[in-house]
Design a protein around this ligand. Sequence first.
Ligand code: CUA
Length: 164
Amino acid sequence: MATTPQTSLHRVEAYERAFLMVSAVMLIVFLGALTYAGTMHDVHLPGAGQRIDPRAIYKTPPFDHPAVHETPSGDVEAVITAQAWIYLPTEIHVPVNRQVRFILSSADVIHGFEIIGTNVNAMIIPGQVTQLTHTFRTPGEYRIVCHEYCGLGHHTMTAKVIVQ
Ligand code: CUA
């Protein structure tokens, strides 16, 4: 049976209604997820404690002495600064099978921080402190690369992690 223009119009309306319903449900689910993350898991924008004046970065602890060090409680911390187009230090040594806390900030523009062969992948944003942890399970040499375009020398911006 051939469809008349009237019935095909009804079908379009039915599809449109269905898609609107799906969109509305998705919005509600996403809003719910945001609310859940914000209230139950404390996911939020960086607080005052994670901010830093990028012009004073090399005078502001811990970035006044970028290096790997062990805290009194025995945690391994790697303090690294990024600026066009180097990381400081350019090479770090960390122990295998121990959690390393990376503490990162930028002196100028946005840089990336990716450790090849791991899931370490973060942005380093001027004015903010980026923190993440990783446990290297395999000794060896890992390359850090900048994956945010940061100017002419972006492709040369690398550093090394030696896991031993
Ligand atoms: Cu730093 Cu690209």
